[in-house]
Design a protein around this ligand. Structure first.
Ligand code: 2HA
Ligand code: ZN
Length: 276
């Protein structure tokens, strides 16, 4: 039988967490990731599914995610340690059919459990699946320059988006829908999960002011690439802050939208609002 620890899912989690740690985004136990895995793959590793233990949840999962399996980083665990010990730092859970507990199928060795941001992850998966059935990844991290931008930009989706779009021509191409923004809130709660998930109906990225960012995607590269583009752009913005002579003019943004057939967020530039 194939061992789950050798699966491409554990490999992808190990690689991306190591990479994110190296970016300096995931200090200590910062950051968490969840990966929705289809049952056709789960069956290959667990033909007779045995539940190691049940882990209580603080919210009722939506029917769309019930009975689905997620590979999730553990609470209090460090991204830098996932590669050397995936079985302690990750866990594979199946959300119970009643949506109230998570059945542990693999991992969290030594009695661990899923990230404190599990509500936000599962609620975000729920909303993303409704708009994109292929969404598999929810990724949360603390990228330095994105946090600096959050601290120095009004809590406004349009303003944050405008500053990003006008700093890097890749920005509007990678996230034409803009960036969702939440004010500073208590993390690890159902409330921040609900608010983030609401934003995820419209945006694939959501900034948590004074905390970090949430991103999503069909695969690890997509979710990581999205956050990486926001962070790179925020870095350009913050480093050049106060010295900028050239910002990207609306006509170049219009040109990019036409070239890539994009439908950009409304209300940022009037020149963009008329694009069909
Ligand atoms: O897992 O990043 O948001 C630690 C965090 C909480
Ligand atoms: Zn965090």
């Amino acid at each position: 039988m194939k061992k789950f620890i050798d699966s491409p899912f554990v490999k992808a989690m190990s690689e991306v967490t190591a990479n994110m740690y190296r970016q300096g985004w995931d200090e200590r136990n910062g950051g968490n990731i969840s990966y929705l895995i289809d049952d056709k793959y789960i069956k290959q590793y667990f033909p007779k599914e045995k539940v190691i233990r049940d882990i209580p949840m603080t919210f009722a999962a939506d029917p769309i995610v019930r009975n689905k399996c997620f590979l999730v980083t553990g609470t209090g665990k460090y991204f830098k340690n996932v590669m050397k010990d995936p079985e302690t730092n990750l866990g594979l859970v199946r959300i119970a059919k009643n949506g109230k507990v998570a059945h542990l199928l693999w991992g969290y060795k030594g009695g661990g459990k899923f990230t404190s941001e599990f509500p936000a992850h599962i609620m975000c998966h729920t909303e993303r699946l409704k708009v994109n059935p292929n969404n598999r990844i929810i990724m949360h991290t603390h990228p330095t320059y994105t946090m600096c931008m959050g601290a120095s930009t009004p809590v406004s989706e349009k303003e944050f988006t405008k500053r990003l779009w006008t700093s890097n021509t890749e920005a509007i191409v990678v996230f034409p829908e803009g960036i969702g923004v939440l004010p500073c809130m208590v993390c690890g709660t159902n409330l921040i999960g609900e608010e983030t998930a609401k934003k995820m109906r419209k945006f694939r990225i959501v900034s948590w002011t004074n905390h970090g960012i949430y991103g999503c995607g069909n695969d690890m590269d997509e979710a990581f690439g999205l956050i990486e583009t926001v962070e790179k752009t925020a870095m350009v913005y913050m480093i050049s802050l106060g010295h900028v002579v050239n910002v990207i003019p609306p006509k170049v943004l219009v040109g990019l939208c036409k070239l890539w057939h994009l439908h950009p967020m409304h209300g940022v530039f009037k020149e963009l609002d008329v694009i069909k």
